[in-house]
Design a binder for this molecule. Structure first.
Ligand code: FES
Length: 67
């Protein structure tokens, strides 16, 4: 069975936290490295040491400007 190039995923923006993507996703960084998963938390605060993934560094920080 051929894989559909684009399938439905859900993106949940956590208040003062990451963007949580649920569904089969392939994320490619600027070097072409990929993350293939069905659940991924993307950092929105810029503090993660595991970019683009959230590593929890946002906890205890001031609220995000846009929540
Ligand atoms: S949103 Fe969690 S470390 Fe940035």
């Amino acid at each position: 069975m051929e894989e559909t190039k684009y399938s439905s995923v859900e993106v949940h923006i956590r208040k003062n936290g990451p963007a949580v993507i649920m569904g089969k996703v392939h994320v490619y960084d600027s070097d072409g490295n990929s993350i293939n998963t069905e659940r991924l938390s993307l950092c929105r605060c810029g503090l993660s040491s595991e970019m683009p993934q959230c590593d929890g560094s946002h906890k205890g920080q001031p609220p995000f400007e846009n929540g």
